[in-house]
Design a protein around this ligand. Sequence first.
Ligand code: FAD
Ligand code: DLZ
Ligand code: SF4
Length: 506
Amino acid sequence: EPVLRLILGDQLSLNLATLRDADPDRDLILMCELHTEATYVAHHRKKLVLVFSAMRHFARALKSKGFRVRYRKLDDTDSVTCFVEEMEQILEASGCRRCVITQPGEFRLLQQFTQWQQECAYQVELREDDRFLSTPAAFEQWAKGRKQLRMEYFYRLLRREHNVLMQNGKPIGEQWNFDSSNRKALPADRIPPSPTRFEPDDITRDVIQMVSQRYDHFGDLDDFHYAVTREQALQVLSEFIRDRLPNFGDYQDAMRQGDPWLYHSHLSFYLNLGLLDPAETLAAAEKAFHDGQAPLNAVEGFIRQILGWREYVRGLYWLQMPDYAESNFLDAQRPLPALYWGAETALNCLSQCVDDTRRHAYAHHIQRLMVLGNFALLTGIEPKAVNEWYLLVYADAYEWVEMPNVQGMVLFADGGLMASKPYIASGAYIHRMSDYCTRCRFDVKQKTGPRACPFNYLYWDFLDRHRDKLASNPRLGLAYRNLDRMSAEALEATRESARIFLQELE
Ligand code: FAD
Ligand code: DLZ
Ligand code: SF4
């Protein structure tokens, strides 16, 4: 009897659990582009092109392996509102009684599928997504009884379990973490290699055409050059290992006007779509270290992002959902300011980071965290709006990875479950790590007044405003002592500058 096997847009892996026991001659594989998926948040147009083009290329790869694939293009599914509806139609028409799905990466879809599984007349099997190095169950086990869930300890556990950068039971280099050597600014004369690019083929050009006709969402569509097949993604990986990894550590936190790519890997798009497997990226980086092609601080730094952060946020998401979406520890209520959609702003760092995002559906970690995120935190933007923004603007964004980064890392909305303190910074940090301030109308050295860098007074005003919730945090002790030492006039000027700025932001 034939089995219907659904493959979602971020499940583009030949070793997907759904496909493991598939019989090409007997079974039917279903992939479908849905208007409702493209619009439940108004995804960046480059993200839509990436997902749909990668889906179409994956369907082609499946067909060339002999699978029977039913691929539904957006133009044929206008009346279809959800995956379940499409599956029911096919099951009814085809005589299949069994259906296999790998668990989706977003809670809303898992809920739909489990509800259907319970109610429908078919045999619906939901399989664990095992394209990760850990599992939600293992994370839950680790989290049991802990009040704070620090990534660092989960990471060490996984280093041991998977024997990554280990020697005789100890971390290579006698140290788990080399972050302190990974905070260099980028010297002005350093030119990072340009990113790997692929010219769009016929399939991608069709998708670009379709997206441009149908959607006017935020985000530039021109100059699409991302990988859309596994072969291309493997090329991005190997060029990263060769050209960028050696400098990845040193300049991991650096920002430069007009260049979001720097020495980052640009692999999140492909890891999250399923075109690359996290284990193979770790193996490639570890090999570069053992071959003497990249230093330990770079390799450990890169491995920590994928083995540590990526696995950790996924565990946290499934542990905390659905409540995580509702948390708002600091009671932030401000609507998202128009500058996040590209409205003109005099804060050059923000304007540049939004511009990179609009052009590429990409910004690197420190831009997302210390500029765009820092500003959202300092100005008290409502978590729901911030989550929606991050989920739709980045081509690597799916809720399982976006939400913990926003709720936990950026907004401190979970009250410190993830982060030991809010990631707040004044203009000095942005000035040290970027060249944005030299081209800004504001003066990063001034603390208050109309020409002062807004991050400076917003920083102190934030601490002042949230004294009741944050003053007892030991990691903010020094900051609060400094705030307490501020003269009454200086505090008043800080509050006044912040008040004026926040009022104008509305
Ligand atoms: P690199 O700097 O080269 O890092 C290598 C890989 O490590 C990445 O490809 C990614 O898979 C992983 N990684 C690094 N940091 C994280 C992290 N904090 N959480 C999870 N994985 C990480 N990443 C996403 O993949 N999707 C998102 O929707 C997303 N939203 C974010 C939102 C905010 C507010 C912040 C602060 C970070 C977010 N990140 C997200 C994490 C990180 O910024 C991106 O993974 C990274 O910028 C992708 O670029 P890269 O591949 O060049 O990364
Ligand atoms: C992101 C995305 C988009 C925009 N569109 C589709 C789609 O039409 N069909 C599909 O199967 N998947 C799509 N995806 C990926 C899904 O949103 C993703 O599988 C879930 O959110 C789970 O992570
Ligand atoms: Fe951003 Fe302040 Fe620097 Fe301007 S001066 S770029 S607002 S940090």
